[in-house]
Design a protein around this ligand. Structure first.
Ligand code: HEM
Length: 294
């Protein structure tokens, strides 16, 4: 029953017209935008006052995001948006990363990003009310706040990401992982960003949230019974000998069993949610800050 309710909520969230939903979220937001000018004026003062202005802005933004998530349970797609923005990073060339290049063509048109305009449209009214925040910071904050709102860990966040401009050379379409490939492919993709095997396992646990959509990736269904709750149930489900036919298992999920050390970590996270939250948090911070100089 819980699954039915949750998946209906998630389905209705993504079915809703982005424009209509964004408008409703905007109108329904309990927190009126604070005057952005105050942030600008104060930001010209000392570094400690800049820090306190940023703290104020973060808490105002989080209140707006809470209002949005109460209205529209779009937390999973926000996590996917932030990951797809940062997951283009290449540590050798320093290109890609969390620079909001995902909002521009041709990146947004890459097959891997199908459906993500829904998330960006939902965030646009918030961006309009907070012109000082970069899109890159807003996308990453929307993700960490979505995880916390869904019952997950409180992931540290800091401002300072710069938005890409039209002058930035677009990243190629093959920077994000394919769902029908196994561990060698995942290693190619994640090592390129600077991650190791343990971090691949922890980050894959984000699939505890959300679902796949036929009209986006071609896959269909959620990974867990309550896809709007961030917990360790993704690992619990993929370690079951008899998979639940209602739940999704991508090749890239099962790839985590290809290596004995990764498999041991999957078993550990299935048994110990605190251990998962701790490792996930660290890996998520790294993902959200790839290539950024603060
Ligand atoms: C390990 C390689 C990965 C592959 C191959 C992969 C693939 C996919 C696919 C095919 C979907 C379905 C998209 C759709 O049809 O809407 C999806 C959804 C999702 N992915 Fe991943 N993913 C990977 C890693 C990650 C990571 C690292 C994160 C976050 C840290 C993440 C977060 C999500 C979330 C939250 C959703 C649900 C989105 C929604 O409900 O709208 N994924 N992923």
């Amino acid at each position: 029953m819980a699954f039915m309710v949750a998946s209906t909520l998630v389905r209705s969230a993504v079915r809703a017209s982005a424009a209509v939903t964004a408008r409703r979220a905007f109108v329904g937001a309990r927190v009126a935008a604070r005057p952005a000018a105050a942030h600008i004026v104060a930001a010209t003062r000392s570094s400690s006052s800049v820090a306190s202005v940023r703290m104020g802005m973060e808490s105002d933004l989080r209140e707006r995001l809470t209002a949005l998530y109460n209205e529209t349970p779009c937390m999973p797609i926000m996590v996917r948006l932030a990951w797809h923005d940062s997951g283009t990073y290449d540590k050798e060339s320093g290109t890609g990363g969390p620079i909001a290049s995902i909002r521009m063509k041709p990146e947004i048109e890459h097959d891997a990003n199908a459906g993500l305009t829904v998330a960006m449209d939902l965030l646009e009214p918030i961006k309009k009310d907070f012109p000082d925040v970069s899109y890159a910071d807003l996308y990453q904050l929307a993700s960490v706040h979505a995880i916390k709102f869904s019952g997950g860990p409180d992931i540290p966040f800091r401002f300072g990401r710069q938005d890409a401009t039209e002058k930035v050379v677009p990243t190629p379409a093959d920077r994000l992982p394919d769902a029908d490939k196994r561990m060698p492919h995942l290693r190619d993709i994640f090592y390129r960003m600077g991650f190791n095997d343990a971090e691949i396992v922890a980050l894959s646990g984000a699939h505890t949230l959300g679902r796949a959509h036929k009209d986006r990736s071609g896959f269909d269904g959620p990974w867990t019974h309550v896809p709007i709750k961030f917990d360790n149930s993704y690992f619990v489900e993929i370690t079951k000998e008899n998979p639940d036919p209602a739940l999704l298992r991508l090749e890239s999920d099962m790839a985590l069993m290809d290596d004995p050390d990764c498999q041991a970590l999957v078993a550990k996270y299935a048994a110990d949610q605190d251990a998962f939250f701790e490792d996930y948090s660290k890996a998520h911070v790294k993902l959200s800050e790839l290539g950024v100089s603060f």
